[in-house]
Design a binder for this molecule. Sequence first.
Ligand SMILES: Cc1cc2nc3c(=O)[nH]c(=O)nc-3n(C[C@H](O)[C@H](O)[C@H](O)COP(=O)(O)OP(=O)(O)OC[C@H]3O[C@@H](n4cnc5c(N)ncnc54)[C@H](O)[C@@H]3O)c2cc1C
Length: 380
Amino acid sequence: MDPYIDNDLKDVEKAVSEFCEKEFDQEYLQRLEDEHRYPREFYEKIGELGFIGVGFSEDIGGSGYGALGHVVAVKEMCRRLPGMGMALSLGYIPGFVVDMYGTGEQREKYIRPMIEGRYISAISVTEPDSGSDVKSMKTKMEDKKDYFTINGSKVFTTNAGYADFYTLLVKDEDGLTAMIFDRELIDGNGSGCFEINDLGRKMGINTTTSGELVFTDFHIPKDRVIGQRGKGMKTVLDGFELGRIVIAAQAFGSMLYGYEKASDYAKKRKQFGRSIIKFQSIEHDLVDMYVEIEKCRNLLYKAAWFFDRKDPESKKYSSMVKLALPESAIKILNRCIDILGGYGYMRDQGLEGALRDIRITSIYEGTGNIQKNAIAKLLY
Ligand SMILES: Cc1cc2nc3c(=O)[nH]c(=O)nc-3n(C[C@H](O)[C@H](O)[C@H](O)COP(=O)(O)OP(=O)(O)OC[C@H]3O[C@@H](n4cnc5c(N)ncnc54)[C@H](O)[C@@H]3O)c2cc1C
């Protein structure tokens, strides 16, 4: 019995799990990674099946299960194949800011097609000289009466190049402002110059791009502001509050993937005339993992529960899970590789890829240190 998940959400969990078990294919994922290609066809499929929409509200085409719904869907996708679950969820996690702060019109234009699997989202906050210190960003917006002009550059934008819409954080004398730019503007209806450069291959999540965006006198219409002008920092951080919980769900699903694989293997693999699980050191490692997983499950579901109730504890828990679960997932996957011995190191076993993929969860949407700073600020 899970105290946080009711029977309806259990059914959703089962549906996501069955689909991923049947359809996700490791060889196919590795081919996409080699070709550095996003699994768009799977993204469209999970949109059609309603899996993207599990956590979004019903007024925009979702199922209304909130953060807990997102957590369950993302956890199950990553549990079946971490690289695939991460890539697919990264298609819509960047859209949370528009969903939370967008006008009715903006949400209809961008969020509804995203939930249906037709639109991929991106968010561009980080700049070459401004990472954790978001406020030091330099990308400038100028008010030109009928439109804004944007000058500057962003780095590390996930999905850059194939995203259908981007949340962009820019600066002027009023402070930071979040705005949307989309494929219509990129594909030539906008004025000024806009360039996207793929930053190439990275340690993991290689089906996704990480791009540099360069804006030179790029025009963005005035109706693309998200939330209030000058309040962009809060707008984006509120989106991150949910994003961090869902990123922790990526880490959680991936630790389940590793644990299940390693415990199955340990039962089957024989050395010195017996299953290696009969060696107490292996058995104890698996028990340690099991206990760690249950601690993480409780923290994660509690964070989602607080978020859905707009509880004042939510901010702290969102940072706590973003701090703790990536660390646990990295530790568990690393140990799982040892349990598989030399086989664990081989690509076709999937564990080395899972470890490389999950490594980023302790960095994006705020490093571990930044989560500690946020928690400390709320505690002391
Ligand atoms: C694969 C990938 C995908 C990404 N996707 C996106 C995306 O879609 N959109 C986007 O905008 N960005 C994205 N990022 C950027 C990511 O969010 C940043 O890399 C991250 O926030 C850290 O910023 P930085 O790299 O500039 O590191 P820095 O901020 O330079 O930090 C370097 C080190 O200093 C530490 N540090 C910095 N400040 C403090 C402090 N005050 N106290 C203690 N320690 C501190 C950090 O913890 C870190 O260990 C992505 C990055 C990667 C690698």
